[in-house]
Write a protein that binds this ligand. Sequence first.
Ligand SMILES: Cc1cc2nc3c(=O)[nH]c(=O)nc-3n(C[C@H](O)[C@H](O)[C@H](O)COP(=O)(O)OP(=O)(O)OC[C@H]3O[C@@H](n4cnc5c(N)ncnc54)[C@H](O)[C@@H]3O)c2cc1C
Length: 219
Amino acid sequence: MSQTEMPTGRTRVVREPHRGVYDRETANRILDGGIICHVGFVAEGQPYVIPTSYGRNGNNLYIHGSVASRMLRQLKESVPVCVTVTLLDGLVLARSVFNHSMNYRSVVVLGKASLVEDGREKLEALRAIAEHIIPGRWDDARQPNERELKQTSVLKLPIEEFSAKVRIGPPIDDEEDYSFPTWAGVLPLELRAGSPIDDERLVAGQTAPGYVRKYARAQ
Ligand SMILES: Cc1cc2nc3c(=O)[nH]c(=O)nc-3n(C[C@H](O)[C@H](O)[C@H](O)COP(=O)(O)OP(=O)(O)OC[C@H]3O[C@@H](n4cnc5c(N)ncnc54)[C@H](O)[C@@H]3O)c2cc1C
């Protein structure tokens, strides 16, 4: 069910406020369409923004990595974190340089992450991350063993304080520029999978499954 959340003072979109979207369904669609997020946090006074994979399960975002990872070690200490996901949909070419833009959908989530300690939730989170990246893969691959689970930290960030921002449509030029003689419009961009490349050490008879051959991101 669609649910409109109230932006907080920190998540209210300031520039082009009409592009701010605060409903959970829109935010979830964008989160589900992305593959990587950027995780921002401050460690010893230094801001870091680290790209990483993620998954969503309900109203939580999950990220995972080595127990030795600084990012995961920092975040499990409940430091404030900002996670951003961006989908680039097109280049918007206006008549004036000033009014060039991009069509995009993005989400910013603020909050504090916590370490997932419950074994069942950890496994579900790892499944959510794997299935987020390539649906169908989890059941086809060998499941994580005890040693691998011990070496992996999983963090959970509630999607509570969030905003989405969406730009769609043609360029918006100043009225007097519409007579300027140059091409203007939108160059759509999309992430597309290439042809699968077989690993050299495949067990005989293995071929790329449908979820690989027909890989596409949710829009
Ligand atoms: C597409 C993608 C998906 C990834 N998925 C995961 C994931 O699921 N889990 C995971 O743990 N890691 C993932 N990574 C790697 C992640 O970006 C970090 O490199 C990793 O978490 C390293 O953590 P660390 O604590 O060892 O390094 P840190 O101690 O955090 O890094 C030390 C320094 O190395 C440099 N550095 C670290 N990472 C990068 C980077 N990606 N690019 C450029 N410089 C860097 C920075 O200068 C940083 O200050 C992914 C990276 C990419 C690009």
